[in-house]
Design a protein around this ligand. Structure first.
Ligand code: GLU
Length: 487
């Protein structure tokens, strides 16, 4: 068995974002390829922004995408609990170790004092770095501050850790995606690892959890690179093995700004509600940074896993092309088995009374309307004319098609003749063929003849196969609509 252990560690302050889905996927692929373990950890230390609904959404979305975790909050595992808020009593022990080793210290600065330091830095046009005012307080000074009622936060001593483990203030690591990355730790500043209320901060809790959960590879967004240098120092200060890190480029909207709600859906569940298939979505998300070696982009997660190499993942940003996702989704819809498709479409048909149709009619309707579907919700509009007695006619269709003399003539003839037709698919094919021929002899193009009938029956000039539509509607409804269209 492989020692590779990766994790996805979402903060439940929102529904699962497609960016997090991509990070989860790349971790999952990395683990699957070598038989490693994929761990889910919920980072809910920010109680105010956390909600159970978001936690449920994260679970459901990951499962829907097929990114099942080997260890996590609901399935457990040897290094749990896997929810940070249930791990609060674990962290103080490691704070103590850092204090004893001299890599951390108590900081009694008030928010006002810190604010004044920041303002001073801004005034001098300098990047803010904590003054380290509290680093060398003696016990008498600390007791005095405590007696004032001040509760200390704990800060990490960046300079001490750097000096203890590195020859220079510039520290490096070999990123799995980006190669050598470095940072001058003089610019980091002693950061808080535990707040005065005893809550661990992200950079500290994440190291303790990753260390205790034996995470070997940490793959995440490049917005975490500056955190990684801090985290490396904490691992070293604790005497722990430093995992390998890999940072992915960001996902940008087509206008190259940060992908956000104003561009369209961003949460996995929003895409699902709109009628994207999770198989298409995960396939698309994989292509945000990864490219198949054979050029064939349509692939299942298992197929992608075969071909996935983290060092070949692009280190630059990826553009979330909604158009490409739409195309991919349409390809996946085309491949769906008819019975599967019938079920998946039902949630988008709730405004219609499906009980007015037999299963055979429903199947037939789906067969003749499925082809142009980009997303499943397109079906709502695509089938509207199959329901109800009357049909809503598009105003432009009314004036440009139904109101013309030739259409009116076609419809009158149709009404007279069709009432005697046997209403079967085969016969309607034949009759319509004859009907078009009849008008052709009078100099009316076949498509003009058909437009008139289609417009009267569906209110539109384009739509599903005409004979199929007439069969599903039945003779009565068809003739009723044609009669209404005649002036
Ligand atoms: N909870 C952090 C986030 O959602 C995890 C970052 C990490 O992977 O370390 O950004």
């Amino acid at each position: 068995m492989s020692d590779v252990r990766v994790r996805i560690a979402p903060s439940p302050s929102g529904n699962l974002h497609v960016g997090t889905a991509r990070t989860a996927l790349f971790n999952y692929l990395y683990a699957k390829k070598v038989g490693g373990k994929f761990v889910l950890r919920i980072e809910d230390t920010d109680a105010e922004r956390t909600s159970q609904a978001y936690i449920d959404n994260i679970f459901d979305s990951l499962k829907a995408l097929g990114l099942n975790w080997d260890e996590g909050p609901d399935v457990g595992g040897p290094y749990g609990p896997y929810t940070q808020s249930e791990r609060f009593d674990i962290y103080p022990k490691y704070i103590q170790i850092l204090l004893e080793k001299g890599f951390a210290y108590e900081c009694f600065c008030t928010p006002e004092e810190l604010e004044a330091e920041k303002e001073e830095a801004t005034k001098n046009k300098k990047a803010y770095v904590y003054s380290k005012k509290c680093e060398n307080l003696n016990d008498i000074e600390k007791d005095r501050l405590r007696a004032e009622g001040r509760k200390p936060a704990i800060r990490f001593s960046v300079e001490k850790a750097t000096k203890a483990f590195h020859n220079s203030s510039i520290i490096h690591f070999d990123d799995l995606v980006k190669g050598d990355l470095h940072q001058d730790t003089n610019l980091i500043g002693d950061f808080v690892i535990m707040k005065s209320n005893g809550a661990p901060t992200y950079n500290f809790a994440v190291v303790i959890d990753d260390m205790l959960m034996k995470i070997s590879h940490i793959i995440r967004g490049e917005d975490h690179i500056s955190n990684t240098f801090k985290q490396i120092l904490i691992y070293e200060a604790l005497g722990a093995e430093v995992p390998r890190f890999g940072h992915l480029g960001m996902i940008l909207a087509p206008d190259r700004s940060k992908l956000s709600k104003r561009h369209g859906a961003t949460a996995v569940s929003e895409f699902v509600e709109k009628g994207y298939l999770t198989d298409a979505l995960i396939n698309f998300v994989a292509l945000l940074g990864w490219a198949p070696s054979d050029g064939n982009e349509i692939k299942t997660v298992d197929e992608i896993a075969q071909d996935f190499r983290i060092n070949e993942v692009s280190s630059s940003n990826s553009i979330f092309e909604y158009d490409k996702l739409n195309w991919m989704n349409s390809q996946y819809i085309k491949k769906l088995d008819i019975n599967d498709l019938k079920e998946r479409l039902k949630p988008f048909l709730t405004k219609y009374d499906l009980s007015t149709m037999t299963d055979e009619q429903y199947t037939h309707m789906v067969e003749i309307t499925r082809d142009p579907l980009t997303i499943l919700s397109d079906i709502t509009d695509a089938v509207s004319y199959f329901f109800g007695e009357d049909v809503e006619v598009d105003p432009e269709v009314q004036t440009t098609v139904l109101d013309t003399e030739v259409s009116q003539d076609v419809l009158k003839t149709f009404a007279e003749q069709a009432k005697d037709w046997e209403w079967t698919e085969e016969n309607l094919h034949e009759k319509l063929e004859e009907f078009r021929g009849f008008y052709k002899e009078k100099g009316v193009k076949a498509k003009v003849t058909m437009w008139a009938i289609r417009a009267a029956v569906t209110g539109r000039t384009r739509g599903a196969d005409m004979v199929g539509t007439l069969v599903i509607l039945g003779k009565d409804k068809t003739l009723h609509r044609v009669a209404k269209a005649i002036k």
